[in-house]
Design a protein around this ligand. Structure first.
Ligand code: ZN
Ligand code: ZN
Length: 107
């Protein structure tokens, strides 16, 4: 299993076979997406849970700017908001400063 997928599932306490839902639209999830991704800059912190969001195929495409007619790209701000809510719901500690380091290195 890829490292970021493992970090994601373990942070939320999911196990193999659990149903995992998209953090944006609640469909079944398929991808663990880096909110700030490698093309945006260099960082050693990519695989922290603060930067990893579970998305369905449709929302994952939108996060990368591939949108069906009538839909817009999901921004980093929208993804952060959805992800923070999910972490609070699952009582996973959100370390804001970690994500800020990632964000600063990406710019
Ligand atoms: Zn979705
Ligand atoms: Zn992605």
């Amino acid at each position: 299993m890829e490292k970021h997928r493992k970090v994601y599932l373990e942070s939320f306490g999911f196990h193999q076979g659990d149903k995992v839902y998209c953090e944006v639209c609640n469909c079944l999830f398929s991808h663990v997406h880096h909110i700030v991704f490698k093309g945006m800059g260099g960082s050693k912190l990519w695989d922290f849970i603060e930067n990893l969001i579970g998305l369905c195929i449709f929302c994952h495409d939108r996060a990368h700017g591939i949108c069906a007619p009538g839909y817009t790209r999901l921004t980093v701000g929208q993804l952060v908001l959805a992800h923070k809510r999910k972490m609070i719901d699952f009582e996973v500690e959100y370390k804001k400063e970690k994500f800020e380091i990632i964000l600063n290195e990406a710019v």
